[in-house]
Design a binder for this molecule. Structure first.
Ligand code: PHE
Length: 338
């Protein structure tokens, strides 16, 4: 048996040595080490050996097996190297590469970051709230009664649970005041949802940025100054801003803000850019009820709130004529904002 093992070993080593490709090498491995391979078959003879011989022959078998395995591995590496070198032949590594476009932030993200940057400078910090909201946070707490048209099934996405997709970011006003004592000065950018028909200026999912400032002596002049500063920083120092009386259930008085802007290739015109107003005392009273304290009592605090459409601002800023371009992910459009 000893001679047999030595023979197998030397046959294996020379077969490995002469293998010229990976497939032959693999076949050689099976021939010698496989389940029915020569060395495997030979080791079956162990059971007929005497007690004294067994360890000696066992040792020989092990040595042979590891010698063959080492040789297989070494040869495998050599063949792989040859393969790699062959596949590089004819390749000119001095040719110019394929340029990779580095990509850029989505225009909406750029605009949002810029808006946040401007308002941060004025001391606002970021706040957030869920997109799936309760009717309380979206409507009741914002002084919007059950019969208000915004609550209609035709305008709002309701879940069977009674929750809904928030129709505006004003929900974050309520969430912030529930959780934080005054003074608060927060902004909340985020997605909102309404059952709108899709067209050039409407999508059922859109983006707003909410602002809320509550302290013990906040006045309309503060609101006006803040938003004028904002739109000038956003659209240019000489941007004119005007406030028109309006109605929102949760602010009193309420305004719509127009900025006089020039869209590409058009005459300057007044464009509506936000809704805002002084927080309605009814909202503060509701907050006091929920909190169980009177820190937000309308005798103690006043505040202003504003909400602006971010998609709309992006469209104005870059003269984008169709809001759908913002969600189509067309690289030809998006790469213009790098
Ligand atoms: N939430 C209002 C809207 O979506 C905008 C708004 C926010 C108005 C804050 C006043 C104060 O139209």
């Amino acid at each position: 048996m000893k001679e047999e093992i030595a023979q197998i070993q030397s046959d294996a080593l020379s077969a490995i040595e002469s293998a010229s490709d990976g497939q032959t090498l693999d076949q050689t491995r099976i021939t010698f080490l496989g389940k029915k391979g020569r060395l495997t078959t030979a080791s079956a003879g162990m059971k007929d050996l005497s007690k004294e011989e067994k360890p000696v022959v066992g040792q020989l078998l092990n040595t042979a097996r590891s010698a063959i395995m080492d040789a297989l591995e070494t040869k495998g590496r050599i063949l792989q190297d040859e393969d790699d070198r062959a596949s590089l032949e004819g390749l000119d590594i001095t040719l110019p590469g394929q340029p990779l476009h580095p990509g850029n932030l989505h225009p909406l993200t750029q605009l949002k970051d810029r808006a946040i940057g401007i308002l941060r400078r004025l001391g606002f910090t970021l706040a957030e709230g869920p997109e799936i909201e309760t009717e309380f946070h979206c409507f009741d707490a914002l002084n919007t009664p059950p019969e208000h048209p915004a609550r209609n099934e035709k305008d709002t996405f309701y879940f069977d649970s009674g929750k809904l997709l928030r129709t505006h970011t004003s929900t974050v006003q309520i969430r912030t005041m529930e959780a934080q004592s005054p003074p608060v000065r927060v902004i909340a950018p985020g997605s909102c949802y309404r059952r709108d028909e899709v067209d050039k200026t409407h999508l059922p999912a859109f983006n707003q940025l909410e602002g809320l400032y509550v302290d013990n002596d906040v006045q309309v002049g503060d609101l006006k100054g803040t938003l004028e500063f904002f739109y000038r920083a956003m659209f240019g120092e000489d941007t004119e801003v005007r406030f028109r009386p309006h109605f929102f259930p949760f602010t009193e008085p309420s305004f719509e803000i127009d900025a006089r802007l020039q869209l590409k290739g058009q005459d300057p015109e007044w464009i509506e850019v936000a809704g805002c107003g002084m927080v309605d005392p009814a909202v503060f009273e509701e907050i006091c009820k929920v909190r169980g304290d009177d820190l937000y009592h309308p005798d103690k605090v006043t505040g202003y709130a504003f909400g602006m459409g971010l998609d709309r601002l992006a469209m104005i800023k870059w003269g984008i004529k169709d809001i759908r371009l913002l969600i189509e992910n067309d690289a030809r459009f998006l790469s213009q904002f790098s």
